[in-house]
Design a protein around this ligand. Sequence first.
Ligand SMILES: Nc1nc2c(ncn2[C@@H]2O[C@H](COP(=O)(O)OP(=O)(O)OP(=O)(O)O)[C@@H](O)[C@H]2O)c(=O)[nH]1
Ligand SMILES: [Mg+2]
Length: 394
Amino acid sequence: MNTFAAVMTGKGTGAIATIQVFGDTAEAVIKKIFKPAGPKPPQFKTGKILLGTIADGQKTIDQVTIGCEATNTFAINCHGNPLIVADIMKLLQRRGAKLLSSQELLTKILSAQKSLNTIAIEAKLAQLKAKTIHGTKLIANQINAGLSSKLTQWLQNINEISLDQISSDAGQILKNSRPAKLIIAGCTIALSGPPNSGKSTLLNYLAGREKAIVTDIKGTTRDWVSAQCRIEPLSLTLIDTAGLDEKLSVTPDDSIEKAAQKKTAEVLREADLVLLILDSSQPADQLDERFGKKIAGKKTLTVLNKSDLPAKFDPAKLPEALSDTVQISAKFGTGIKELKQKILQISGVADFDLQSPVAFTARQQNLLKQLQTAKSKPQAASVITELLNAPLRV
Ligand SMILES: Nc1nc2c(ncn2[C@@H]2O[C@H](COP(=O)(O)OP(=O)(O)OP(=O)(O)O)[C@@H](O)[C@H]2O)c(=O)[nH]1
Ligand SMILES: [Mg+2]
């Protein structure tokens, strides 16, 4: 059996859905289930669109068009009801097609194109999931420039270039891959800090709408609230959290407060970046000592909020890890431009060159790590060749 089928359109109801059928025997499988609208037998010529029905014996399932994209690739465009889609998929399976996910099928289709190296195939797959236009450009740049061209250069000059040089270049690519990941996949920012410091006010300001409830009562936010916003080249998911207060963590096990504190700790762990929002009109004792532990190892920017009020907070009292600060008034929108610029700097994406070679899949990253520690030129050459040409598993 050499026919594969996958639903290429998203889950749920739509006006139409597309099922891709691919493989040496794809035409034969389609012929078993397709009845043309007219009296003539269908001609599955590349470039043609055929109108007809998908039928299981005498039972018609749906009216469809079939796009003949290549001799071994067909797109069945059916109605978007998920029940119809599921029926056609089951029928394809009974007639000999192996069902795959859209990602798996695309990998197969792209891998069959001899002109594409493995980086190019991964790029085409990754582009579909990128969260920003900058992300899609950054990935596209890896096909003919970026990572592909770096790997080709290494292979061509393997006799002249030292292992140390390859190792340090690979390290640089891995370093660049961290901000690249934020540009491609999006960046999650946790808004954290003591109760009443203005976290929800800032979330609403950045989101451009009233997503979170704001009051002057401490502990207003219990559950987390998220909102999307863009600071080019990043797409941000902002997560507002319950104000951190260690006293609340020791309340009875089943209390809302304790659950909220636990959730805040979880959000902090998952975030790419933490904004520690402090109320600059309050003295320094608002900062819980144990907060430092919760964000250990996280990129953190300290936001001194309420700059419209007389300052009582002394930034010199901040520990070293929290000493990168920016002053804002979330209520009046002052200092927001500086805040955005700082977010880009801390994430490493300010002035990031989209042409830089980066690794954008786990496979590439693992192989680059192996390359960093390669003990001989033949070993390095074999890892580079694998990066460029190893078939992707489906
Ligand atoms: N003057 C002034 N007041 C602010 C500013 N930002 C927030 N506030 C006020 O501070 C109070 C608390 O704001 P919230 O945004 O609810 O604070 P929070 O950090 O989300 O509080 P919790 O959810 O309780 O942890 C509200 O009365 C806001 O209007 C600011 O920049 N200046
Ligand atoms: Mg709040």
